[in-house]
Ligand binder design. Sequence first.
Ligand code: HAM
Length: 441
Amino acid sequence: MALITKKPRGTEDVLPRDSYRWQFLEDIFRKEAKTYGYREIRTPVFEHTELFERGVGDTTDVVQKEMYTFTTKGGDSITLRPEGTAGAARALLEHGLFNDPLPIKNYYLTSCYRYEKPQAGRMREFHQFGMECYGTNNPAADAEMITAAKAIFDRLQIRDLRLEINSIGCPACRAEYHKALKEYFSAYRDELCDDCRDRLERNPMRLLDCKVAHDHQIAEGAPTVLDYLCDECREHFDGVKAYLDANGVAYTVNPKIVRGLDYYTKTVFEFISGDIGAQSTVCGGGRYDGLLEELGGNAMPALGFALGIERLLMLLEAQGVRIPEPETCGIFIASMGDKAHRAASALTTALRSAGIQAEFDVVGRGLRAQMKYADKLNAKYSVVLGDNEIEQGSAKLKNMRTGEQHDISLDIDAFIEEFVRLDIDTLLTPVLEEADGAITE
Ligand code: HAM
C-alpha cells in the first residue's frame, strides 16, 4: 500500500538509531549553559505575527519571505517562530523577569521555521540552541557570550571554526552610515531587486545581506560600518576585543558581517566552518540593546547567540567526531518454559528498578532466537533460565563480550548485588557524566 504522505520538504525525522546524537548535544548545551549560570526558558512554537514583524524587522528576508504565517479560526495572525530571541524577549517582558537580579541569563533549545529553499544545512524546520543575556552594556558580557559559544565547540573538539566579529553601531552612528549606504546604492538603483529598491528607502543596511547574486555583488563595494562608528561604539568594540584577547579567544574582524535580523546593535559575531558547504555559519549572534524597548518594554541592553543544531551535527560528521553510542542492553534474561519465563519477567523488573538495563523475551521466541536477539541488542551479559536453574536457585551469568561465565544466585537481591559487583558500568550513570567528552577518531 502506498504511504498516505511523506514528510514536508525541508523537514527531517530524527530516527531512534540517531536520536542519541541529538541527546548528546543537548546534554552538552545544558551542561555548558549551567556552567555559565544560564537557566532554561521555553516559549510557544507560535507567537503573534507582529512580534516578529517588530522584533526581527519587517524589511528582513526572514519576515518578508520566510515566515510561516496563518490566520487562526479566531482571526488572529499567528507565526511559527523563525528564531528564538523575539519569543524569549516577549516572555521576559510579559512575566516581569527584568526585575530579577541582573544580568538575566536564559537559554533555550527550540525548533524554528523558515520557508527557505532547502539545501544541505538549510531546512524549513531546524533547531537552535541559544543563550540570551539581559541587563548589561559591558563589553565583558559580549566577550563572555562569545566565549560561552566557543566553549561548546571546544567541548566537542571541533576544529578550524572561524570566529568573525564586527560592530554595527548604535542608532546614533547608524544614521550617518545609512546616509552613506543610500548614496552608494542609489547609483545602482536600477540594477537592484525590487525588495532592495524598497529597502534602500526604509532600511539600507538590509541591502548588505540580500541573497540575490547581483545585489550581493554590488554590496561587496559598499562602505563598511566600522568607518562610521561613534566614539562610544568604537570604545565598546575595543573593549570586546580586549576581553576576547584576555580570554585567549582568537577572532578576525570582518566589517562585512551585518547579520540578517534587524534588532542587532554594536557587537555581532558568527562562527563559520569551511567543512559544511555553502551554509557555513554554524552560530550567529550579537547585541540587541533596542529590542526590549521596540517590543514596548523599558530599555534594557541585551545580547545572545543561537547555533544551528543540524549544522553542528553536519560539522561533527564532517570532522569525524564520534559521538559515543549508548549501551542499549546490560543483561538479557533468556528463558525456556512458562515457569522460567515468569521468573525472567520478575528478575528483569527487579534489575530495572535497580537501574540496570535488563531485557527478557516479550515476543514469544524460542531460546535460540532469544540469544540471537540478545546478540543484536549487543547485550553485555546474558543468563539462561530453565526448569533446572529455577529448581537449583542458581544460573550461569555469561559475559557476552569475553565469553566468561559465573555462577549466580537467582535470589533477586543476591543476583543484583553480584551483578553490580561484576559490572558496575551497567548501572545507569547520570547522562551528563556520560556526555562528558566526545572522542575524535
Ligand atoms: P540566525 O543567524 O538567523 O540568528 O540563526 C542562528 C543559526 O541558526 C545559524 O547560524 C544557523 O546555524 C541556524 N539556522 C538558521 N537558519 C537555518 C536554516 N534555515 N536551516 C538550518 N539552520 C539554520 C538567529 O536566529 C538569532 N536569533 C541568534 C541570536 C540569538 N542573536 C541574539 N540572540
